[in-house]
Design a protein around this ligand. Structure first.
Ligand code: ASP
Length: 354
């Protein structure tokens, strides 16, 4: 039976700030107005994450890395930094960790290489940048930001994106630095499964769809609201295990895997990219907020649980609005996730029941 989960944290910052002992002790109107309003949420992929298949050591390792990532972004915001910087700081921690399917821990393509996708969006002005299918960039989210800030384009792909990177002084790394034993095993298992499916005369798409969710899990993303009231969102991934023919998922597609607009919300998605592209997931959530006055929790629930799930689209989103409300919504058994709002400790969770 498919399980549905809408884990929406309704966290109005002003309300929580009033409850916090520090602000409470000095509860003048002036102090409340001056209370910093900022928040950040991250994900490290959604899928079949079950307690039974997770050792305590592995769980602790994920929780520690999620906490490190959320705190890296939070620290930027706390110091008055921009939401874009917070998003990049949080994502870099996860890109540099072999635990996640982004940067260092990226999955393998069918041909045994790694092709990385990333995108970022600025909620102030809908500026955006993305890179797709890059093989020699250690931190694709940084390059996506360069495309946004230092080129007239939104999305650059493959060799051209790397040429742009080189022209901007970004060091090229060997594709082998993304190799990990765990992902190599996943590729072998995925290829076996694909070959079996093909023997049964199914086409490649059907074969890919028959792969269990873990073969494509671990994309990372972040959404942030800074003290200036600006939203930003970013997503980075190695895509889907055994992908081929230059397949690009939703992560670098603005509106599908990433979206941010101060007038509605910021979203980063993870899940079966083909569905997230066709259902324009990130933008659809923010459009419901903008034009239908939905809360982010309602909008995310509608798109993830009521629209995607019935058609077979698995995955989740992290959503943040300009008031600091956070929704962490997924239709899978778990989603690596964390959130932190001004003055509060970080909340880290993996499974559907935490
Ligand atoms: N959305 C990613 C992709 O389809 C994969 C994931 O998030 O698990 O490339």
């Amino acid at each position: 039976m498919k399980r549905i989960l809408n884990l929406a944290l309704s966290l109005p910052i002003s309300a929580l700030a009033l409850l916090s002992p520090i602000v409470h002790a000095q509860s003048s109107a002036a102090t409340e107005a001056a209370a910093p309003r900022f928040a950040i949420a991250i994900h490290g992929g959604a899928g079949t994450i079950e307690k039974s298949s997770m050792t305590p050591e592995k769980q602790r390792a994920y929780e520690a890395k999620l906490e490190e990532a959320i705190n890296a972004g939070y620290t930027v915001l706390e110091k008055g930094g921009a939401s874009l910087d917070a998003v990049v700081a949080a994502i870099n921690v996860m890109e540099n960790s072999p635990l996640f399917n982004a940067g260092k821990g990226a999955v393998y393509t069918y041909d045994g290489a790694h092709e990385l996708d990333a995108s970022i969006m600025d909620g102030r002005n809908r500026q955006a940048g993305a890179v797709a299918g890059v093989k020699r960039i250690a931190n694709p989210i940084n390059l996506a930001r360069m495309v946004m800030e230092d080129s007239p384009f939104v999305m650059l792909a493959g060799a051209g994106a790397e040429e742009f990177a080189r022209s901007r002084g970004v060091p090229m790394v060997d594709n082998k630095i993304f190799d990990t034993e765990q992902r190599r095993e996943q590729l072998e298992r995925a290829k076996e499964k694909l070959d079996q499916e093909n023997k049964q005369d199914k086409d490649y798409r059907a074969a890919v769809e028959a792969l269990p969710v873990p073969f494509r899990m671990g994309t990372v993303g972040a959404v942030a609201l800074d003290q200036q009231g600006n939203l930003a969102a970013g997503t980075s991934t190695g895509g889907m295990t055994a992908k081929r023919f230059g397949r690009i998922g939703d992560a670098p597609v603005i509106g599908a895997g990433t979206f941010a607009d101060n007038k509605s919300c910021a979203v980063s998605a993870t899940g079966h990219g083909e569905y997230f592209i066709r259902y324009n997931v990130a933008a659809d959530i923010c459009t419901r907020v903008a034009y239908q006055n939905k809360t982010i929790a309602q909008a995310a629930d509608e798109v993830i649980n009521q629209i995607l799930l019935p058609v077979g689209g698995t995955g989740g989103v992290i959503v943040l609005d300009a008031k600091g409300n956070i929704a962490l919504t997924f239709n899978t058994k778990g989603m690596y996730r964390a959130s932190r709002i001004a003055g509060q400790p970080a909340q880290v969770a993996i499974f559907e029941d935490k």
